[in-house]
Design a binder for this molecule. Sequence first.
Ligand SMILES: [Mg+2]
Length: 269
Amino acid sequence: MRVMKQFSEVRGLIFDMDGVLWRGGKLLPGVRTTFSLLRARQIPFVLATNNATQTFEEVRSRMDEAGVSIEQNEVLTSALGTAIHLKQHIPEGARVYAVGGTALHEALEGAGFSVQDSSDDVAAVVVGMDWSLTWEKLAEASYALMAGAFFMGTNPDVSFPTERGLAPGNGAILAALEAATGREAVIFGKPEPHLFVEALQRIGTPKTHTVAVGDRLETDILGGARAGLPTALVLTGVTTAEQVAQSDLQPDWVFENLEELSRELAAVT
Ligand SMILES: [Mg+2]
């Protein structure tokens, strides 16, 4: 049984971005209303995404378009979170090998790790979406994994939509390495709870009153529930109302969009 009876009792929020705030290049309805209300009520939030290639600057400029100004600590990508989480598994300042983009490299360096070009003697292999993936990179990663390096992935998404159809995502890169080495990666992103746990730590609000908001049942809602948070699904992204009706996994709230969420948030109880 959930502790929060009304959505307006919420003390903190952890928002997914794609399918919640925007879809493709288009801002979704209710972003401005929701975030001005949150600012007015001083309700803290984190924008948390599995996307390891997204940077804070990109998120900030998109939110700026909606008239919402956000701070660095209000954005948590799986690349940033992975770099922080990695500190629990390997020594500070350790050498790591990364298969991933600039955002992942920067996040790892920013957390004090030393990102190497070769995988010789690295403590960990970290894998995020890599737009210039090559066989050589997979081979480098495999050598270190076979030698026992810690294996971590930013997010498990096997595919993502493009204009021409579904393209391989980071989960597919991880699957290639897992097939080659027999090793299994520790995953930071949703539906694992770590992204929510890290976001919750940032805002410091009680778990019982911090709502995970997302557009996908099997990642956002499952991950939020695993982290012990109340959950809200918005129908502006991947999961449809029909899919919710047929699912065993039920969010605590279902909203058409952020506009409806902001009305519930504003509701005086
Ligand atoms: Mg989403």
